[in-house]
Ligand binder design. Structure first.
Ligand code: AGP
Length: 608
């Protein structure tokens, strides 16, 4: 949550900061601000709302200077307002701070600071940091930042400037991401890689409890006690800025939907060799894999739905019981974990605070934790025993699309690996499933080649206020993901249910003309799904069915059919998802919604 950028070098800082914030806007967009040190001192400009408001203000009244910090906010403490927007200053106006994270003891700190005469002007937890730095400052900014952060409970990524030090900034982190792009004669501090790529591909990854002193030509990393960190962690970024830009599509979300064949192909690449499923990332001997007696999956949102899909698959193929738990619940649920439990943490960003907390809980209880993530070097990769990467490329749209289907692909590989190690499926069946799975990129391409029907269907439901999504078996989490996409980006109320559960209550919600989306692809419960469709149609619902090519029968039961190619029932989750993503997309577009940055959301949720 919240995006931070800091710049020091020869360029005009405002250009770098605003460009960087634009690439981080997916992290939050309730307000934005910059602080720049120039000839006239320290200038702070902040605006409520999206970055465009700040950009306009800076264009109207330029803020010259070659060192600055910027922030795009996702509100936690204090409503979105100019006073609560970052950067925050101390009483003297000489210290400026931007922060991502949550200071849990901020009430206590505010009271202490107010009692010693500090004037706090916002409702935020962040402002306390600026005043703490002020109170500890005696000419040494690094020491003051270090003393201040020793007082903080909670999470933070910080960039700090002081008017007495016009050529340097101080950055620090704990449990919130922060990297430093190392350029030639310039350095850029940021919450995420896309913000620095215009200037460099060499990235220093700041770790927890480290402080970086950043000037134009040097970065010095120390511990909180001032000991030099000999070899800070470095990363060379392979992907370029273009990969993170729209490439001719109207929105990132649409671009990312169309990137799914590639994302799935890349995620599956090299996973089968001479009949053996390759998953060295598990870092376990075959007998250890064979001993896994239980799998716990922890994840949030869309990643949780990928986890639910894999529960069906792992249980069916490997005959291992799987528990899927929302990360924020797992941590407090006193989970039953023993030596034979494998915990799989699924997180696209690798920075989701709830999932990270779950990972720590699982490891404290002695579980082996494998992360499935899309972001190289992200937090979860350091906190887990092994990492399986999805190779989807950067996902900028707040609504997860290509990372979801890539996660499912990775989970299919994991399920096959477990099935093979345990001897739960005959070798021929494993090879057959693998070859079906390998067809998935082409199957998705086929769906994406013909989307006119989806556009029309979307336009028809632009005025809907409520909807239901139904499915059975693997179709239930697919329906849940479809409903999440619709509510996230179009703001239409959408609920997902197992189709057979409708008659036990939710059927009372149905009114004339209500759109009901049903996952009705071929499978062993197809006939039951058709009966459930009849139940809802008898009550006036308009049915949109996702069905398998060649199913002509379905025309008698649904107003709209979204066809997908035939595949094995257990692999149908990926094809069935694509029309649901596009349906939500076209409904949201027809309603004039910003699909890339839906209201109230942020791409990485780094607070618990
Ligand atoms: C998906 O469209 C959402 N924006 C959200 O539910 C997301 O999947 C969730 O916050 C988890 O994120 P993660 O995969 O990065 O952990």
């Amino acid at each position: 949550m919240c995006g931070i950028v800091g710049y020091v070098g020869p360029r005009q800082a405002s250009d770098v900061l605003i460009g960087g914030l634009a690439r981080l806007e997916y992290r939050g967009y309730d307000s934005a601000g910059v602080a720049i040190i120039g000839e006239n001192g320290l200038d702070i400009v902040r605006r409520v709302g999206k970055l465009v408001n700040l950009t306009g203000a800076v264009a109207e009244t330029p803020v010259p200077g070659t060192i600055g910090i910027g922030h795009t906010r996702w509100a936690t403490h204090g409503r979105p307002s100019e006073e609560n927007a970052h950067p925050h200053a101390d009483c003297t106006g000489r210290v400026a701070v931007v922060h991502n994270g949550i200071i849990e003891n901020y009430v206590e700190l505010r009271e202490e600071l107010a009692a010693t005469g500090h004037m706090l002007r916002s409702e935020t937890d962040t402002e306390t940091i600026a005043h703490l730095i002020e109170s500890y400052y005696d000419g040494d900014l690094v020491a003051a930042v270090s003393s201040a952060i020793k007082r903080l409970d909670g999470s933070y990524a910080l960039a700090v400037m002081h008017l007495d030090h016009p050529g340097m900034m101080v950055a620090a982190r704990k449990d919130s991401p922060l990297i430093i792009g190392i350029g030639e004669g310039e350095n850029v501090v940021a919450s995420d890689i896309p913000a620095v790529l215009e200037y460099t591909r060499e990235v220093l990854i700041l770790n927890d409890d480290q402080i970086a002193t950043v000037s134009g030509d040097a970065v010095r990393v120390t511990t909180l006690d001032g000991h030099e960190v000999g070899a800070p962690e470095m990363l060379h970024v392979e992907w370029d800025l273009e990969a993170a830009e729209k490439g001719g599509f109207e929105d990132f979300m649409l671009k990312e939907i169309f990137e799914q064949p590639k994302a799935i192909r890349e995620t599956l690449r090299g996973r089968m060799c001479e009949g053996e499923i390759q998953l060295s990332e598990l870092d376990m001997a075959p007998e250890q894999v064979a001993r896994i007696g239980r799998v716990y999956i922890i994840a949030c949102g869309t990643s949780f739905h990928a986890g639910m899909i894999s529960k069906t698959i792992i249980e069916q193929w490997a005959r291992v019981p799987v528990e899927v738990e929302v990360s924020s619940e797992f941590r407090y649920s006193d989970p039953i974990i023993d030596d034979d439990t494998l915990v799989v943490a699924i997180t696209q960003s690798g920075e989701t605070a709830d999932t990270l907390a779950g990972v720590r809980e699982a490891r404290d209880r002695g579980a082996k934790v494998i992360a499935i993530t899309n972001v190289v070097g992200s937090r979860v990769t350091r906190e887990s025993d092994g990492v399986i990467y999805t190779h989807a490329g950067p996902e900028i749209g707040v609504a997860a699309t290509k990372t979801f289907t890539a996660q499912i692909a990775a989970l299919y590989v994991l399920a096959l690996k477990l099935a093979q190690a345990k001897g739960a499926l005959p070798q021929e069946r494993i090879e057959h499933l693998w070859s079906e799975l390998s067809r998935m990129p082409e199957i998705v391409e086929t769906i994406l080649e013909d989307i006119d029907g989806l556009k029309e269907c979307g336009a028809r439901y632009v005025g809907a206020s409520s909807s239901l999504f139904l499915g059975r078996g693997i179709g239930v989490p697919v329906a849940m993901e479809g409903a999440l996409k619709l509510k996230e980006i179009s703001y239409i109320h959408a609920e997902a249910y197992p189709a057979g559960e409708m008659k036990h209550g939710p059927i009372a919600l149905i009114t004339e003309g209500m759109p009901i989306v049903v996952v009705a692809t071929q499978g062993h419960t197809y006939e039951k799904v058709v009966s459930n469709i009849q139940e809802v149609r008898a009550r006036g619902a308009q049915v949109i069915a996702v069905a398998t090519h060649g199913d002509d029968e379905i025309h008698r039961h649904a107003e709209h059919i979204l066809y997908v190619p035939a595949t094995a029932e257990s692999l149908s989750a990926i094809p069935a998802t694509i029309p649901l993503q596009l349906l939500s997309y076209y409904i949201a577009k027809a309603r004039g919604c910003n699909v890339d940055q839906p209201r109230n959301l942020a791409k990485s949720v780094t607070v618990e």
